[in-house]
Ligand binder design. Sequence first.
Ligand code: NI
Length: 358
Amino acid sequence: MNRLFPFAFSLLLLLTSAGCVSRAAAPEDTSQPAPQDMSDLLTLDAEAEAFTVEEVPEPPEEPEEPYVRIIDPAKPMVALTFDDGPDGTHSDEILDTLEKNHALATFFEVGTNVLAYPEPVKRMADMGCEVASHSNAHKDLSKMKKKALLRDLDTADTAFLAAGVEAPTLVRPPYGAVNKTVKSATGRAMITWTVDTEDWRSRDAQTVVDYVKSLDDLDGEIILMHSIYGSTAQAVEILVPWLQEQGYQLVTVTELMAYYYGELPQPDHFYGYTYFSTHGRTDSPVPLPGEEIPGMGQPAGEAPVEPAEQSPETPDPALDQLPEPENEETTGWEPVRTAGTANLSPAKSVPNPALFYP
Ligand code: NI
């Protein structure tokens, strides 16, 4: 017994240490519970398989080329403009078309509508479209006293700010109606249009499309439409790609002024019939604030490079001396291109806003 005890003790020690080694060699995995039965094992196998499939690297997708918008001042350009919005439905339809075609436009929005539908206004600004003012309540500004007129424009500005966009410096007076105060004493740039589609009159997409397509040369034109009609949104869906196919760049009003007419819209200046009828394409495009003229490379402020391969129209100096048409004091009727058959020579009477919608 005395000889057996040390042997038994040694055997016990050996077995105990072997157990320790065994535990040390296989540390417990605390992240996964040990499988309890065959169904657990099958589950783990399935997971392992799935994991293996995910591990197979997929071929890298071709990165989509980001669209870079470049305006060439030497090439034809048109400014599409939309008044009287925003509209709860049709503004977004027009924006969808513009976005799809990488085109921009200018929206002359009414302050009360901006309050009602701020989202499309923010969207157009985010897209790079020009957000401009069409007054707060679409009243004839030429019939307001100066104080009321300024209050109206300021009220509209608060609506734009509430929508998350800047207060516009560009204004299109409702009905195109201006007087001396509207033209030169609001601290804003006033601008009208050169082509009137009269979409408000026909409310028919095909009529609007046919009219625009019938015009010979749209280079430098400002086309008037309204973003509150489904028919106009339908017309835009056809016209935007068609204009681009004809080689026109679709630009904002300020881009058109800078690149085609060679100046930025100035506060207390009016850009109406006299301006557009006496200015052709400039040979000195100016850059937008803080930008270079795309593709031309010169920094803002330096003399722009003369666009190649074009023969700029030389305005007749005598035309620059022409006095403003008398009717511009009180009326928005301007002899612009129009889809209608009405006599558009400068009218002597004030138009009836109920009849003349812009
Ligand atoms: Ni209007």
